[in-house]
Design a protein around this ligand. Structure first.
Ligand SMILES: [Zn+2]
Length: 131
């Protein structure tokens, strides 16, 4: 295995995606080649540093504090101090409004059908009664 080939396998080797035969060949090369061994150490260090950067986890109350900061800076226009209950209240109110409008629509739609049926039904008895 030459240096170029060995170093091209670093990513797969680090991610444990290399076939066993390739792992064997690469490890044999790394054991006897200072240049590739140093390159491997550098690659590993760089990857671990980068993945360490990505592993930052926010504090548990991070989003709440962001909302509070937004609430303060917008003087309560967004995320007012009682943001949790306020947000839930708005959600509940909007769900209720959607249900009310759906019910109203259904009532209007069904009463429209009844009105369409009613004149025909009521005219028949009148027509039958008048002659
Ligand atoms: Zn080498």
């Amino acid at each position: 295995m030459d240096h170029e080939r060995a170093q091209s396998l670093f990513m797969s080797y680090h991610d444990a995606e290399l076939p066993a035969r390739e792992v064997e060949a690469l490890e044999a090369h790394l054991a006897q080649c200072t240049e590739c061994s140093l390159a491997w150490q550098g690659y590993k260090a760089a990857v671990e540093e980068i993945s360490g950067l990505l592993k930052v986890t926010p504090a548990p109350d991070f989003s709440k504090r962001v909302q509070q900061a937004i609430g303060r800076r917008s003087r309560g226009r967004f995320f007012s101090e009682s943001s949790d209950s306020g947000g839930l209240g708005i959600a509940i109110v909007s769900v209720i409004l959607v249900l009310v409008f759906a019910l109203l629509y259904l009532l209007i739609a069904t009463s429209g059908e009844v009105k369409v049926v009613d004149p025909g039904a009521s005219s028949d008895p009148k027509g039958a009664a008048s002659p």
